[in-house]
Design a protein around this ligand. Structure first.
Ligand code: ZN
Length: 245
């Protein structure tokens, strides 16, 4: 089965629209979303509508749970906390009910582990180095797992439990086969990339061959940034979209 994996949309409608267009062009049977539909961006309702309609799996991320009031936001940055409160109001009862209908932050599909953040902490842990990834693999039940949350397209791999983990950034065009060994891969972020490439990220996965391809898509960043400013959200949430970090 050919699958599109997306994550961390963060209410960025121009980015999500371009990614969905690219996904449609590629032709996939399913779309899996690893969470954070909302938070930071200015179009939570429209993004949620699209995600609920299009995705076969849609995990809840920490920002989704924060907007719902289901987790503490005391560890959020001030702008993330402001955005969570703004999102809650912007969504209204109907939008919040839709947000509450998203899945858990962890699930499994086609034998592949899907987690918003990490296998050992699906809500909060940023997996950014190989030592962490190694610790995650010791609790990860699946040979291959996919995570979001860090907004960095990358993967970790080792041939077996005795080997050391390798950490590799996955820029546009990265093409790999995850058919042997253990893997933890992050498709990158649709709506707020933090790996220095401001283009929206998504990953294509062929589940029989386990071939994964990392893609980046141009989108009108100015439109998303303007919407953030007009909504009265913190200005740096608009500015950072141009830098991709
Ligand atoms: Zn996120």
């Amino acid at each position: 089965m050919n699958v599109a994996v997306i994550s961390d949309i963060h209410a960025n409608l121009p980015a999500l629209s371009e990614v969905l267009a690219a996904i449609d062009e590629a032709g996939v049977e399913e779309i899996w979303c690893l969470g954070d539909a909302v938070g930071y961006g200015a179009d939570p309702g429209a993004c949620l509508d699209l995600l609920v309609e299009r995705c076969d799996v849609c995990l809840a991320g920490n920002h989704d749970l924060a907007a719902l009031g289901e987790i503490e936001i005391s560890s959020f940055s001030p702008s993330a906390a402001t955005a969570a409160r703004w999102t809650r109001t912007a969504l209204g009862d109907e939008g919040l009910a839709q947000l509450a209908s998203l899945g858990d932050p962890a699930t499994e599909r086609e034998g592949i582990g899907l987690y918003h953040a990490s296998p050992r902490d699906p809500i909060w842990e940023y997996v950014v180095d190989s030592e962490q990834a190694e610790d995650c693999l010791s609790v990860q039940e699946q040979r291959v797992a996919l995570v979001g949350h860090s907004h960095i397209a990358l993967y970790f791999t080792r041939v077996d439990e005795l080997a050391r983990m390798t950490s590799v950034l996955a820029p546009d065009g990265t093409d790999l086969r995850m058919n042997v060994g253990q893997w933890l891969a992050n498709p990158g972020s649709v709506g707020q990339p933090r790996d220095g490439d401001p283009r929206a990220a998504w990953m294509e996965l062929e589940t029989e061959s386990m071939r994964a391809r990392f893609h980046r898509v141009e989108y009108p960043v100015e439109t998303a940034a303007e919407a953030i400013r007009e909504a009265g959200l913190p200005g740096h949430l608009a500015d950072r979209l141009f830098q991709g970090h």
